[in-house]
Design a binder for this molecule. Structure first.
Ligand code: SF4
Length: 314
C-alpha cells in the first residue's frame, strides 16, 4: 500500500533552554561528586522522560525537605524555592545545591529590590506553580499580590498614584501578559517594571517561532508534559496564531496517527524542558506510517548558557 505524503515542519528554537540544561547537569554532576542517592526538591524540570532517567540514575524527587538525610545532597529545582525552604534545608544540615535558573533568580532579586524601596509588588503568574510559590516566598507573606488575569486587577486595593511595581513568571504567554501589563499601566500610570523583561529569552523565542509558522500548518504538535507551563503556553500560541488543531503530546507512545490522516503539513515544536530525542521519536513514528518530507523552520539561533553553581565547578 502506498504511504500518504506528509510534510513535517520542525520549528526551532525548541526544546532544552539554558536553565534546563544547567539544572539537569547540576543533578548529573552532583551524582558524580556525591554518589547516589541525591535528593531534589520538586521535579528538577517538568518533563516525565527527564525525571524517569534521573530517577534511574539515583535521584529521589521529594516535596518535603525535612525528610532528607543530613549527609545527602539536596538540590533545588530550576523553578526556585521560597526562603522558608532554604532555611528549613539549612537547619536540616543538608548539603544544599541550588539549580534555580539564573533568570528566575533575577526575578527574585527584582522583587527584593522593590520591597526594599517600599514599592508594592504585583506578580503576574499562575497560582500554585512552583516558580510562583518560590517567588512569592522570597518576601514575608502578604508582600506580593498575585495577578493571574485582568479581572484580578479589580481586587487590588491600590490607589492610582501608589508606588507599585510588577514582576512576572518567566514562562507566561507573551500576548496574555502584555494585555495584563497594558491594563496595569492604564490604571497605575507610574507603575514600575523590571529593567529587562521577566519572561525569559527561551519562552519568548519558542513562542515567536511558533507564531511565525503555525498558520501554515494543518496540525501542530507541541511535545511536552502536562505540568509544563511553557509547553502549555506554546499550544495556546499555535492555536491563537492560526492552527486550531494544536495539541500537547507527552511522547511518541501517545501519538495517535489516525488524527493526522487528513493533515498535509504538521508543525512540531517542544517545550523548554523537552530533550530532542522525544521529537526524533515522534518524527520516526510518522515516518513508519507516512512518506514524510522534513522542513526546518528556524526562527533564530540561541547561544545562551549558564555556569554550574560554584559547589560543582571544578
Ligand atoms: S524556561 Fe527560561 S526561566 Fe525557565 S529554566 Fe528555561 S531559561 Fe530559565
Amino acid at each position: 500500500m502506498n504511504k500518504k505524503n506528509k510534510q513535517i515542519l520542525l520549528v526551532s528554537p525548541r526544546g532544552f533552554c539554558a536553565g534546563v540544561t544547567r539544572a539537569v547537569d547540576v543533578v548529573l554532576e552532583t551524582l558524580k561528586t556525591y554518589g547516589s542517592p541525591v535528593y531534589v526538591k520538586h521535579e528538577i524540570v517538568h518533563n516525565k522522560y527527564v525525571i524517569k532517567d534521573l530517577e534511574q540514575k539515583g535521584t529521589i524527587f521529594i516535596e518535603d525537605v525535612e525528610n532528607v538525610p543530613s549527609d545527602r545532597p539536596l538540590i533545588f529545582s530550576a523553578h526556585g524555592v521560597s526562603k522558608k525552604i532554604v532555611h528549613q534545608s539549612k537547619n536540616n544540615k543538608s548539603i544544599v545545591i541550588d539549580a534555580t535558573c539564573p533568570l528566575v533568580t533575577k526575578v527574585h532579586v527584582q522583587a527584593r529590590k522593590f520591597y526594599e524601596e517600599d514599592i508594592k509588588i504585583i506578580l503576574i503568574g499562575h497560582r500554585n506553580h512552583p516558580e510562583v510559590e518560590g517567588t512569592m516566598g522570597q518576601l514575608p507573606e502578604g508582600s506580593i499580590y498575585l495577578v493571574e488575569k485582568i479581572s484580578d486587577i479589580d481586587k487590588l486595593d491600590f490607589n492610582r498614584d501608589d508606588r507599585i511595581g510588577f514582576i512576572t513568571q518567566t514562562t507566561l504567554s507573551i500576548d496574555d501578559t502584555n494585555s495584563i501589563i497594558l491594563e496595569l499601566r492604564r490604571r497605575f500610570p507610574n507603575i514600575k517594571s523590571s529593567p529587562k523583561e521577566d519572561i525569559c529569552y527561551a519562552t519568548t523565542n519558542r513562542q515567536n517561532a511558533i507564531k511565525a509558522h503555525a498558520s501554515k500548518c494543518d496540525s501542530f504538535i507541541v511535545i511536552g508534559s502536562e505540568n509544563s507551563s511553557n509547553s502549555n503556553r506554546l499550544v495556546e500560541v499555535a492555536i491563537n496564531s492560526g492552527c486550531k488543531n494544536a495539541h500537547l503530546l507527552e511522547d511518541a507512545s501517545k501519538l495517535n496517527l489516525e488524527e493526522y490522516n487528513k493533515a498535509n503539513i504538521i508543525g512540531i515544536s517542544s517545550g523548554a524542558s523537552v530533550p530532542d530525542i522525544l521529537v526524533e521519536e515522534v518524527v520516526d513514528k510518522f515516518e513508519e506510517h507516512f512518506n514524510i518530507k522534513i522542513e526546518h523552520a528556524i526562527y533564530g539561533e540561541e547561544n545562551v548558557s549558564f555556569k554550574l553553581p560554584k559547589e560543582l565547578r571544578k
